[in-house]
Design a protein around this ligand. Structure first.
Ligand SMILES: [Zn+2]
Length: 585
């Protein structure tokens, strides 16, 4: 087994002549693509096919280079050659996206796009994406203002988004007389000592005062700019624009919220039961949302984690088990924390080689094993996507966390089945802490963002108004599950997701992905082994159509609440069991 990932599959280091050659070729290849799109060719099918081939081969080249750069940076932040590649890569990505805009205008200009697509087998395989390109042309910025608007955005919303990041990164909280970073004080929400959690919460809330005014300006301005962009692009507001890029309809989103709203009373009962276990009579205070219940002292060596994962997932699908064994054996995973390595975990796939690379900061807890299962779920999804052309692998945000959530659910079900009631309570709490974030907290964020966006037509919200609106949103979602006296009026300053200029409403995709993965798992439990090929087929087509059509093709209707009720029901069941076990204590 290897515990450092192997990047030599991409290049033999940054001194590899192949790396220099590919970096050099990049601008020429982009220029060739630009010329191809601008060039005259009366045979539209032939021209389109040439452009498609050029885009796809450029995509593969850029993926290889970008993975080399990005993966190196993520384990060695100061790597000089990886950092030096950043600017030319950013420039290349921007140039390619301009080529894509030009390509979409070309496709939209064709008199009979359907006939062009039908004339070539390879174009037919990519029909959905080609039609989407043409459709997007209607939503490009008008050509004459595209460049200045994008430039203004660099000094507008994007600059404010960077400012927000700097405000957060330099903010310190006074915890018991000591100034500590915001991330450190927030990390104490998981501390087993209740006094630490409470003091940390109070220190955190107090420290936002120092940055609340610039934060409120950033938030209002980014949302106001988003509304302007949506209007310029011909969308009916920010949410409409986000739904379009998510390939999702408002009806489907509402079907999901309906099922979540119906489940809120039972999820609130879980918060109250957790509160009682921790000695609170009036609902859970915000600072105890992440409090650990019981002790999970069990740890796993990486070898034990590997054996457990391969064992559990081979039972689900031998293909998945085999891929996991390969991942550990062939250096797909960078396992342990080390100096200069960033925190967290992620998975990144390479289409050309049909492999993935996974970064984790493994320390041996069950939650670390679950993280491995999660990231290996992404890797399995990448593997299935390899069945379709690379142009059809672009997965919309709401589906991106499906396979990862699915794997987490498989593992937690397996572990829970063998647990004592004491362990079960701990495991249930860990699962519910995460799932209620995905459902209840995300619902509050969605409601909050809607209000902030709506206000922009009329005024920028003051700090007081933002705090009040956040508390209102928490009341709508958490209700009596949270102690009304101890909530979090500054969650809007805390979560970076509100400040992305490219991804507005970066909240509902979490709920969608989390619940969709659980809903699929419920189907697997009901249907057994016959569901496995259906599941793999579904994963392979995540980038091939609208979300409604992709899911309908395997008999799942996401447009009405029924499927969502199934998914939500699996969490509600856990909440009921938790309340039962908690009350028995
Ligand atoms: Zn993930």
């Amino acid at each position: 087994m290897k515990t450092n990932w192997d990047l030599s599959v991409f290049y033999n280091g940054f001194d590899d002549p192949a790396y220099a050659r590919d970096m050099q070729a990049l601008p020429e290849r982009i220029e060739a693509l630009r010329a191809l799109i601008a060039g005259e060719n009366p045979d539209a099918a032939a021209k389109t096919r040439q452009i498609v081939d050029a885009i796809e081969s450029l995509t593969l080249l850029m993926e290889r280079l970008a993975m080399m750069m990005m993966l190196t940076q993520s384990t060695d932040a100061e790597h000089p050659q990886a950092n030096a590649a950043q600017t030319p890569m950013n420039r290349a990505f921007m140039a390619v996206s301009q080529c894509e805009s030009a390509f979409s205008r070309y496709l939209a200009s064709l008199e009979d796009l359907d006939a062009v697509i039908a004339a070539d087998e390879e174009l037919t395989r990519r029909a959905f994406v080609l039609r989407e390109y043409a459709e997007n042309a209607r939503h490009n910025l008008p050509e004459a203002i595209e460049s200045p608007v994008l430039k203004m955005q660099l000094s507008g919303g994007k600059a404010l988004s960077q400012l927000r990041g700097k405000l957060e990164a330099t903010l310190t909280a006074n915890f018991r007389g000591e100034e500590i970073p915001l991330s450190a004080v927030r990390g104490k929400a998981y501390d087993p000592d209740p006094a630490v959690r409470k003091d940390a919460y109070e220190a955190e809330i107090a420290c936002y005062k120092k940055i609340e005014i610039p934060m409120s300006v950033c938030l209002n301005s980014i949302k106001a700019e988003g509304e302007t962009m949506a209007e310029l692009k011909g969308y009916n507001g920010i949410l409409d624009m986000t739904l379009a890029s998510s390939r999702l309809t408002a009806q489907t989103l509402e079907a999901m919220w309906t099922a979540i709203r119906e489940a809120l009373p039972e999820l609130r009962a879980y918060f109250r039961a957790k509160g009682r276990l921790l000695g609170h009579a009036n609902g859970l205070p915000f600072y105890d949302l992440f409090a650990p219940i019981g002790e999970s002292t069990k740890t796993y060596t990486i070898e034990e984690a590997r054996d457990m994962l391969v064992d559990v997932f081979t039972r689900f699908s031998p293909e998945m088990g085999e891929m996991m064994a390969t991942a550990f054996d062939e250096g797909w995973i960078d396992v342990y924390p080390k100096e200069g390595k960033r925190g967290g975990a992620f998975c990144s796939g390479n289409y050309e080689m049909n492999i993935s690379r996974i970064m984790t900061n493994y320390s041996g807890s069950l939650s670390d094993v679950s993280t491995l299962a999660h990231e290996l779920g992404h890797a399995f999804n990448n593997k299935q996507l390899n069945r379709v052309p690379v142009m059809m692998t672009d997965t919309p945000m709401p589906l991106a966390e499906t396979a990862s959530t699915f794997n987490e659910t498989v593992l937690s079900d397996f572990v829970r089945a063998a647990a004592t009631p004491e362990e079960e309570l701990t495991l249930l709490d860990a699962s519910l802490t995460e799932n209620t974030q995905v459902m209840v907290d995300i619902y509050s964020r969605f409601l909050f963002e809607q209000k902030v966006v709506a206000a922009q037509a009329d005024h920028a919200m003051s700090v007081a108004e933002l705090k009040e609106t956040m508390l209102w949103a928490q009341e709508q979602s958490y209700g009596d599950g949270l102690d009304p006296e101890v909530r979090h009026p500054y969650m809007w300053a805390c979560k970076s997701h509100y400040y992305s200029t490219g991804r507005h409403f970066y909240n509902f995709p979490y709920a969608f992905g989390g619940l969709f993965g659980r809903g699929l798992y419920a189907r697997y439990k009901a249907e057994g082994a016959s569901f496995v090929p259906v599941y793999c087929d579904l994963l392979s087509r995540f980038g091939s159509d609208t979300i409604e059509n992709v899911t309908a093709s395997v008999g799942i209707d996401v447009t009405t609440p029924a499927f969502w009720r199934e998914a939500v029901g699996t969490v509600v069941e856990e909440a009921r069991r938790f309340v039962e076990l908690a009350d028995a204590k």
